[in-house]
Design a binder for this molecule. Structure first.
Ligand code: A2P
Length: 276
């Protein structure tokens, strides 16, 4: 992590293509379309989040768009990610529909959601989506090192981001190094281990010393190393709490204790059990 990879305020990552990815975003995986999603996104925007992560597969892009419009915040101030659902066949056609649902002209980041039927077939369509101006940056999600190597062998434009499940339990150092080699930013989904890590004894022990919550310690573990995180919550107090991670630091000892929780054996893989 060099200084140029972060913005001067230390709160966003500069992508290889020049895009600016805020280190903290709200993830809306498993948030039902409608009131619950609109409220969560609106609470996040009102609290100061400027990064929302959705996907075609989540079925809630319209709610994200509604909350964005209702907030009155300038479109250009908010970083919006959506993901290509790889059971469809055309990333360009699919993003045209996403843009309509979101009510925007362009997303900031468009990811291949997972490498179903191989890692390379969707990539030319992603490159076309960017060339047509539908996506400012393009990338992938759930791609292992070998998947990234396959894309690199034929890509005209490399992915800027690889979004994977990443937390102290899933500290994928091998994959992180592979991303670094290709100038790809590794972004963390499920940074709280989908909530399971919040009860971990080591995490709770560190919290006692830091006067912070388990969620804040886990998010800080990632952002302190420049890893963007997209914790999911539908509760206003938690959404606000998860933003308060830029005013404290974990010691090298605490970082190392959290690193030691890894259960992936420093894997280069994106997932232990692919669902596709
Ligand atoms: P909820 O949405 O009911 O608030 P991850 O981002 O790793 O997938 O974790 C999401 C899970 O963690 C959700 O179940 C969410 O619950 C819960 N969660 C998110 N933020 C907090 C927090 N600050 N404190 C406790 N639980 C949280």
């Amino acid at each position: 992590m060099t200084a140029e990879e972060l913005t001067p305020d230390g709160r966003a990552r500069v992508l290889a293509d020049g895009g600016i990815l805020p280190l903290l975003g709200l993830g809306v995986w498993q948030v039902p379309d409608g009131r619950e999603c609109v409220d969560a996104v609106r609470w996040a925007l009102d609290a100061g989040y400027r990064h929302i992560d959705t996907a075609q597969a989540y079925g809630n892009e319209a709610s994200v768009g509604k909350a964005l419009r209702d907030s009155g915040i300038d479109r250009d101030e908010v970083f919006i990610t959506t993901k290509f659902f790889p059971r469809e066949d055309d990333p360009v056609r699919a993003i045209e529909l996403s843009l309509r649902r979101l009510g925007v002209d362009q997303v900031d980041l468009y990811l291949v959601h997972w490498p179903q039927n191989g890692p390379t077939w969707a990539w030319p369509g992603m490159e076309r989506a960017a060339a047509q101006g539908y996506a400012r940056s393009i990338g992938v999600s759930n791609f292992s090192e070998s998947d990234l190597e396959s894309v690199a062998a034929s890509a005209e434009r490399m992915p800027s981001v690889n979004q994977v499940s990443y937390s102290p339990f899933a500290f994928r150092q091998g994959l992180q190094k592979a991303c670094q080699r290709h100038d790809i930013v590794l972004e963390a989904y499920s940074p709280l281990g989908t909530g399971r890590l919040l009860q971990d004894e080591t995490v709770i022990d560190i919290v006692a010393g830091a006067a912070r919550t388990p969620a804040q310690v886990l998010l800080r573990w990632a952002v302190q190393r420049g890893i963007p995180v997209i914790p999911k919550s539908v509760h206003q107090d938690r959404i606000e709490q998860n933003l308060q991670i830029f005013d404290f630091e974990l010691s090298a000892t605490d970082l190392a204790r959290l690193d030691a929780l890894d259960r992936t054996a420093h894997t280069t893989r994106a997932l232990e059990h692919p669902w596709w």
